[in-house]
Design a protein around this ligand. Structure first.
Ligand code: MV4
Length: 448
């Protein structure tokens, strides 16, 4: 097992990784920017190394600075958390060259899944369901027109190196295809440095269902059930839950099997998530794979009783998974609300100093956070302040506990999404379950 791990992240996930290291008796080194000098992870870690100014480019995204810190501290492994360098092929490659273990998947899996068109082809070959569309990049607007005609409108143009909903264009009919192709390619070139575009049949109503997978270095690949992440605004998830409400036992097992085939097709190792789009009939299609631990991993931990970050570290050290597929049991239901430093109506970021912070507690409640009274939410990074997670015997019980926890939680000094979560948890559509990604656009505004 590792003696010392460097954590290349900040905020709640840095605290979460430090906790898993502590439980395993592993020393921790945190790297931090000037903006995070007084943060909780810097206080909690055994060692802390300042790597630069607040700008992520010159700190949390700077591979040479992070590897230098690992070298100086004598860390044998790097945990990247999520965001920042978590899905960076470059970090994985430099780690390999420097003989530091990257706590994440092999480079090939990162490369294949980072190219969405290549991922689609690889999934098709592995027998994972995909939507009708292109297997090869589209060379020009004329080809886009021809292929869209074959696939049938509406279609969705997607950037091969986009993902997470960035750089997509819905095209309703033939009149819009050539213009949309040109603007999508130009935008993708500007945003991702590569203008490659592919297209798929567009589904107007989808649920976002994702499956947690895990693989060790000995060829064991398992799934830990699914999460429903359909409550989102502009591709920012707000509420996630496990299991996904209303799925049949057969759909659930087919999802799990498809996710394991997806992981095996790229020789996946460590924790990953296979995202699917589900149509109103319950059919599902591969969307993308996230090659990291995700923000919403606690809902899976709550229903399975597993510690996924502990498992990540063990697997990276070459140990076998501590469980087999038949040992995985999903018990009850869990819900996570993302408490962001944002105006709950406009979603405009609200950085600043937290002057009151009361964390809820009691049975079935978990709070993952680096926040406390006196903590500063800097304007330079994402606005996640805390993840509030509840578990119950079933979905209604988890939701009741979430309403109780949201009533108890107090964060003052900044605006947060707590009032929005209180409304969501009282919405009849939310409580019925099984809604699509348009849910938030239908939620009545405050006071109505
Ligand atoms: C789609 C789609 C409809 N049809 N693909 C957005 C994020 C990315 N992972 C996939 N996304 C979508 N792909 C086809 N062919 C609708 C979405 C989508 C969406 C997906 C998941 C969660 C929220 C979403 C919100 C809008 C659109």
């Amino acid at each position: 097992m590792f003696r010392k791990i460097l954590i290349a992240n900040r905020g709640e996930i840095a605290v979460r990784v430090i906790a898993a290291c502590r439980d395993l008796g592993i020393r921790t080194v945190i790297v931090y920017s000037v903006a995070d000098r007084d943060s909780l992870p810097v206080r909690l870690a055994d060692e802390a190394i300042c790597i630069g100014p607040p700008s992520p480019r010159e700190s949390y995204l700077d591979v040479p600075r992070i590897l230098t810190a690992a070298e100086i501290a004598g860390a044998e492994a790097i945990h990247p958390g999520y965001g920042f360098l978590a899905e960076s092929h470059d970090l994985a490659e430099v780690c390999e060259a420097c003989r530091v273990t990257f706590i994440g998947p092999p480079r090939r899996a990162i490369r294949v899944m980072g190219d969405k068109a290549l991922a689609r082809r690889t999934m098709k070959a592995a027998g994972v369901p995909i939507l009708p569309g292109t297997e090869e990049p589209i060379p020009n607007a004329g080809e886009a027109r021809r292929i869209a005609g074959e696939v049938g409108y509406p279609v969705l143009l997607k950037a091969s190196f986009g993902g997470g909903g960035r750089g997509m264009r819905i095209v309703e009919d033939e009149s819009g295809i050539e213009g949309a192709f040109a603007s999508a390619a130009a935008e993708a070139t500007a945003a991702f440095g590569d203008g490659e575009i592919y297209l798929e049949r567009y589904l107007s109503s989808v649920r976002h269902i994702e499956v947690q997978v895990f693989a060790d270095a000995r060829g064991s690949t398992v799934h830990l059930g699914e999460r429903d992440c359909s409550v989102q605004r502009r591709h920012q998830k707000l509420v996630e839950e496990a299991p996904a409400p209303g799925l049949s036992a057969s759909t659930r097992s087919e999802l799990g099997e498809a996710a394991v085939r997806a992981a095996e097709a790229v020789d996946y190792r460590n924790a990953g998530t296979v995202e699917f789009l589900m149509d109103p009939e319950g059919r599902f299609y591969f969307s993308e794979m996230n090659v990291r631990i995700q923000v919403e991993h606690p809902v899976t931990e709550m229903v399975t009783g597993l510690d996924l970050v502990r498992e990540q570290i063990r697997v990276a050290a070459g140990e076998p998974l501590s469980f087999a597929q038949e040992d995985v049991e999903v018990s009850g239901a869990a819900i996570e609300c993302r408490v962001n430093a944002e105006d709950p109506e406009t979603f405009v970021p609200s950085p600043g100093t937290i002057d009151t912070f009361h964390s809820p507690g009691g049975p079935g409640v978990r709070v993952d956070t680096a926040a406390h009274a006196g903590a500063v939410i800097p304007p330079y990074y994402d606005s996640l302040v805390a993840k509030l997670i509840t578990h119950g015997e079933d979905r209604a019980h988890a939701a009741a506990r979430m309403r109780r926890a949201l009533a108890e939680m107090e964060v003052e000094g900044i605006r947060t999404t707590i009032p929005l979560h209180r409304r969501i948890l009282r919405s009849p559509e939310f409580l019925a379950g099984g809604f699509d990604t348009g849910f938030l656009t239908r939620l009545p505004p405050e006071g109505q």
